[in-house]
Design a protein around this ligand. Structure first.
Ligand SMILES: Nc1ncnc2c1ncn2[C@@H]1O[C@H](COP(=O)(O)OP(=O)(O)OP(=O)(O)O)[C@@H](O)[C@H]1O
Ligand SMILES: NCC(=O)N[C@@H]1O[C@H](COP(=O)([O-])[O-])[C@@H](O)[C@H]1O
Ligand SMILES: [Mg+2]
Length: 390
């Protein structure tokens, strides 16, 4: 009775929206993550709780469910097991190689910079504080330190003086996901702005969403907006680089390709072979969200022209402390900001626990300009209040 059976590896807010889109197209979704009641588990047909870095647990889950598609939603997965099942004919989205290359920052960076010759920041890897000191000789200061396996800025620091390096190394080691004590040391790029270019690779070819501008703090996205003004040449350069890297990875799905933009140059930063957090804005900004597009590309369904509804923005709703008992109020006040043509939406993720700076929801708003949309989204997010019970 189902279109297809999907095993979703990672069940956060991005997986939740993907699962909703997949259910709309008649799929069966089994949502997996390392903790119970994760956002996507609340909307899936079934759920599994296990460490996706544990090969045996992952293998057993795949064998138990025998999915048509395995859809990784995070990087921290034992990707060797995905390759095993792809070799047996199970489709890994977009491919087992893509999941393996993007699991760790270093491998996709080397493909982009060395194999494809894309412009990136200067960089070196380090597996000790001494090696990190040597890497800084190459990148110069300021530089950015990141664990090779991490996302949402976890373990990331900007180092401006050599005296800050040791603390940055320790922060990276303490916050890395997975089992590799390895960091990337990158030249700091004083970009004018940065974008996510959502790039859809399907049987119809490669298509692009309008560039999404975003603002980051602590290496984690705080706001995003669409469209973001770019000169024709810079946008064409970004699209050319994105096409090169997604064609190299192959397979079908949506890719979040991140670029820094200086006055006259586009610099490749990184890529996620899946919907991107800054792309949450597409829930309101486009005829098809990044999640709809991912499902369509995965299932081999048509990808029509991607239409932008108008200037739209997103603003995150963050917790500020650890808590297991809390409530979220203010929906009515936030949604009452809709005015005339301008819409406001809120998505609450349903995460069972809060942590400092954990993303618990997102506010979305349209406007006659991007600035107006951003202001309205920030105001809507500010009206959502998390109250913590002792
Ligand atoms: N080399 C750099 N120069 C300047 N800023 C940087 C650099 N690298 C990262 N940043 C800043 O930190 C943000 C997060 O970096 P990055 O995307 O590499 O981290 P991440 O943990 O992979 O985040 P996510 O997976 O959520 O995209 C970037 O969007 C940018 O604002
Ligand atoms: N930049 C990557 C990103 O945004 N990933 C999203 O955050 C979730 C983890 O959130 P959590 O740490 O709050 O559980 C992931 O499952 C994914 O949905
Ligand atoms: Mg990023």
């Amino acid at each position: 009775m189902f279109t297809a059976k999907i095993l979703l590896l990672g069940s956060g807010e991005l997986g939740k929206e993907f699962a909703i889109s997949a259910k709309r197209y008649g799929c069966q979704v089994i949502a997996c993550d390392s903790y119970a009641h994760a956002p996507a588990m609340q909307v899936a047909d079934e759920s599994e709780v296990f460490s996706m870095l544990d090969a045996d647990s992952l293998r057993q889950a795949i064998e138990r469910h025998r999915p048509d598609f395995i859809v990784p939603e995070i990087e921290a997965i034992r990707t060797e097991v995905l390759q095993e099942f792809e070799d047996k004919g199970v489709t890994v989205v977009p491919s087992a190689r893509a999941a393996s290359l993007t699991m760790n920052r270093d491998r996709i960076r080397d493909v982009a910079a060395q194999e494809l010759g894309l412009r990136t920041s200067k960089y070196r890897y380090a597996e000790s504080l001494d090696e990190a000191r040597g890497a800084v000789e190459h990148t110069g200061l300021p530089c950015v330190i990141k664990p090779v396996m991490s996302s949402s800025g976890k373990g990331q620091s900007t180092v401006r003086t050599s005296g800050e390096l040791e603390r940055a190394w320790e922060h990276a080691v303490a916050n890395m996901r997975g089992d590799r004590r390895k960091i990337i040391v990158e030249e700091f790029i004083p970009f004018e702005y940065e974008i996510t270019l959502l790039t859809v690779r399907s049987r119809d070819g490669v298509s692009f969403c309008a560039p999404i501008g975003h603002r980051q703090e602590r290496g984690d996205y705080q706001e995003s907006w669409q469209p973001t003004p770019m000169t024709g040449k810079l946008l064409a350069d970004a699209q050319e680089m994105a096409r090169k890297v997604v064609d190299n990875l192959g397979g079908y799905g949506i890719f979040g390709v991140e670029f820094f933009v200086t006055r006259d140059e586009v610099i490749f930063s990184e890529l996620s072979p899946r919907p991107h957090d800054t792309g949450l804005v597409t829930l309101l900004s486009q005829n098809l969200s990044e999640f709809d597009l991912h499902v369509r590309a995965v299932l081999g369904l048509p990808i029509p022209s991607i239409r932008l509804n108008g200037p739209t923005a997103s603003a995150v709703i963050l917790a500020d402390r650890d808590a297991e008992r809390f409530s979220i109020k203010g929906l009515k006040e936030a949604l009452s900001l809709s005015a005339g043509e301008s819409e406001v939406e809120v998505r609450l993720f349903g995460k069972p626990m809060t942590r400092p700076c954990r993303r618990m929801g997102v506010a979305l708003a349209s406007g006659s300009t991007v600035e107006e949309a951003r202001e309205r989204a920030r105001e809507a997010a500010a009206r959502i209040r998390i109250t913590y019970e002792a």
